[in-house]
Ligand binder design. Structure first.
Ligand SMILES: *Cc1c(COP(=O)(O)O)cnc(C)c1O
Length: 368
């Protein structure tokens, strides 16, 4: 059985749009795409009057090298969000098929599924936010075509051990595609799952330049998967997904100098993660700092709502994750510069001072 047998038959049979740039490139006088012959103001030799290459070879090759796979196993899109959407559309028949997720986790899997009218099977993470492989496998009905696993998980920060990924890929073979979202893996100690793609044709790995590579505004995400899956998704992707300025910025980030800078920032984030986890645990009113392998900390508070507001009043915006299951008392705090992180600690320690004033009756006793 091929992994493509899990995909929608109508998508496999679809005659894709054939853009001018796909049909012919490399000429010197390009008169086949109704482009302007003149570069726009401020073009800086980017040739933005021309449509971009659908999958620029230099970028595909750089990403293949970075992630340790072959170019035919790479699909570059507008953030990993686009890859999630493409996977759901290619594998899930509206009104019939489903995806499986483990809440609390990244929201886009369920949103993409709902847009496609695919059902969402939820298998909650254990109380300690680890993934229960057996429970997940037990929930995979024949309707489930995609199983999403986020590692390190957003918003909790925990890793899924590679051995669990391998076990899932093996058990799901011929049943479903395992999609491993590694948006934050650069901040962890763990190896990624990309080397397993050659062994499991039903394994897909999501990587992004949005977090560790400082390019959230450039929207470049990568799907690593079996050649056949990549080829199928290319057929349904928008014709020219990658703007030329974005490709240029991504190539610069992936250059040798860019990689040195990224590694330095990752090291700082990891140092700050350790420092902040210890410091936050000392702040009265903090119930727990969840162990994190990502560039954020999920923190439980006695009063998360008031803490959120207090930070906001000080101009600090964190993510209120109280709507997620099992995180009803938590905020997710991204690790910033050391100065920004100091500011968070300052404000949180003030919050406690105010709270004491209130509870000992001196300031607000009448209302208590
Ligand atoms: C931020 C994030 C992404 C989105 O990445 P883009 O490449 O910017 O679309 C994907 N998955 C998770 C878990 C994320 O937190």
């Amino acid at each position: 059985m091929s992994v493509l047998d899990l995909a929608r038959a109508d998508i496999r049979a679809l005659q894709p749009y054939s853009s001018a740039r796909m049909e012919a490139s490399g000429g010197r006088v390009m008169l086949n795409a109704n482009e302007s012959a003149w570069a726009p103001p401020g073009d800086h030799d980017l040739a933005c009057n021309r449509y971009p290459d659908p999958q620029p070879a230099a970028l595909v090759d750089a990403l293949a090298r970075l992630y340790g796979v072959r170019a035919s196993q790479v699909l570059v899109g507008r953030g990993s969000d686009e890859a999630i959407d493409l996977l759901v559309r290619a594998f899930c028949r509206a009104g019939q098929d489903a995806i499986a997720i483990q809440p609390p986790t990244f929201g886009m899997y369920a949103v993409s599924a709902r847009i496609q009218d695919a059902a969402v099977v939820t298998v909650p993470l254990a109380a300690d936010f680890t993934l229960d492989v057996d429970a997940l496998l037990a929930a995979v009905t024949p309707a489930v075509k995609l199983v999403f696993v986020c590692t390190p998980n957003n918003p909790t920060g925990q890793l899924v051990p590679l051995a669990d990924v391998e076990r899932l890929a093996q058990a799901l073979r011929d049943r479903a595609v395992l999609v491993v979202d590694e948006a934050y893996i650069e901040f962890s100690d763990a190896p990624g799952a990309a080397p397993l793609i050659d062994r499991f044709d039903n394994l897909a790995v999501l990587r992004t330049l949005s977090k560790a590579w400082a390019l959230a505004g450039v929207r470049i995400g990568t799907l690593l998967a079996n050649d056949e899956v990549i080829a199928l998704l290319k057929r349904i992707m928008a014709p020219y997904p990658l703007p030329r300025p974005c490709v240029a910025l991504a190539l610069e980030a992936l250059s040798e100098a860019g990689q040195v800078a990224a590694r330095a920032h990752i090291a700082t984030v990891r140092d700050e993660r350790e420092r902040m986890a210890l410091a936050l645990a000392q702040v009265p009113g903090v119930r727990q700092v969840l162990p994190s392998q990502a560039n954020f900390l999920a923190v439980r508070f006695d009063d998360a709502g008031a803490t959120y507001q207090r930070l906001l009043d000080a101009g600090i915006v964190v993510r209120d994750v109280r709507r997620y299951p099992q995180l009803g008392d938590a905020l997710r705090i991204t690790l910033g510069t050391p100065e920004e992180n100091d500011r968070v600690l300052e404000v949180l320690n003030n919050l406690v001072a105010d709270g004491r004033k209130r509870s000992d009756g001196t300031a607000m006793g009448a209302q208590a």
